[in-house]
Design a protein around this ligand. Structure first.
Ligand code: HEC
Length: 140
């Protein structure tokens, strides 16, 4: 009887666990939510550098954290690649991650000029992806 129970556990529970491991980001429901919670606020922190140079350590740390969020956003975005047009989506998601990594290292080195150029690069990544994949809606 015991071994039957064990077999049931192995048969039913393990496949579920394996499935969960294959899709670790299933709880992130939509591209829109990913933008609202991570991409938009983090990119605003970085874009803001052009308007107001960071002065305090706390401001630099906030930029560095936002950059890490962008790196993670790039990883998450990859999982939303449209099945019919994956390679470009994945490339752009990687570019978002790369811009995030560059922003992080320049923020840690406190290099304002380089950070501003990274911010410009970031805008290009956002816009390139939107031009191709975002349905045309009233501009924000
Ligand atoms: C890999 C592709 C991709 C990248 C990179 C990307 N976006 Fe998007 N973005 C989308 C798509 C697709 C939508 C439309 C989502 C929807 O409406 O379902 C969108 C929507 C948005 C929206 C509207 C969200 C809403 O609530 O309707 C904003 C704002 C936005 N993106 C900002 C950015 C910014 C800023 C960046 C760069 C830091 C960026 N995005 C990078 C694909 C991308």
């Amino acid at each position: 009887m015991r071994s039957v129970c064990r077999m049931t556990i192995v048969a039913c529970v393990l496949p579920t666990m394996a499935g969960a491991q294959q899709r670790p980001v299933e709880s992130t429901p939509t591209v829109r939510q990913l933008h609202a919670t991570m991409i938009k606020p983090a990119s605003e922190t970085i874009f803001n550098v052009g308007r107001e140079a960071p002065r305090t350590i706390a401001q630099w740390v906030a930029i560095s954290s936002a950059a890490v969020t962008l790196v993670e956003s790039g990883n998450l975005l990859m999982t939303f690649a449209p099945p019919t047009d994956r390679p470009t989506w994945i490339r752009l998601s990687r570019q978002l991650g790369a811009a995030g990594r560059a922003a992080r290292s320049t923020a840690e080195a406190r290099r304002l000029g380089t950070l501003m150029r990274t911010s410009d690069r970031l805008v290009v990544v956002c816009e390139t992806c939107h031009a191709r994949y975002r349905k045309q809606e009233p501009q924000e």
